[in-house]
Design a protein around this ligand. Structure first.
Ligand code: NI
Length: 134
């Protein structure tokens, strides 16, 4: 299986996005996006970058957010790596049929990423990943 994936960002759960942005600035990160409100997932999102590493700060603002459950489990911590692919459908299928991944949700547009489709998949061996359409 040659998936030809490129790492796009590391998803990082935070309770308070404004305070988290300030903390990551102390470490040398710079904001590379505005803080966006994703009304599909009930989360605030901000992308930051340092030394070529991009993190996506994700903060749920409603208990109905799918991320709220993860927040209880992970607290403030990284929780997924997002991979960019120019073959979104094929890769999604290949990860399930040959890779042992299960889809967490159906592909949905991500407002914070120009409406490109994303899907989350989980493996009981390597955890959760996000796939982003190029
Ligand atoms: Ni992400």
């Amino acid at each position: 299986m040659d998936l030809d994936l490129k790492i796009h960002h590391i998803g990082y759960l935070v309770k308070n996005i404004d305070k988290a942005i300030e903390k990551f600035k102390q470490l040398g990160f710079k904001c590379v996006s505005e803080t966006t409100c994703d009304e599909i997932r009930y989360i605030h999102i901000c992308f930051m970058e340092k030394d070529g590493y991009v993190i996506e700060l994700v903060s749920p603002y409603d208990s109905n957010s799918v991320v709220s459950k993860l927040m209880k489990q992970y607290k403030n911590s990284p929780y997924h790596i997002c991979y960019l692919t120019d073959k979104f459908e094929e890769t999604c299928i290949a990860l399930q049929t040959g890779g042992g991944y299960v889809m967490v949700n159906n592909p949905l547009p991500a407002p914070a990423l120009e409406g490109k489709r994303v899907v989350f998949l989980i493996s009981h061996i390597s955890g959760m990943i996000e796939l982003l359409e190029k």
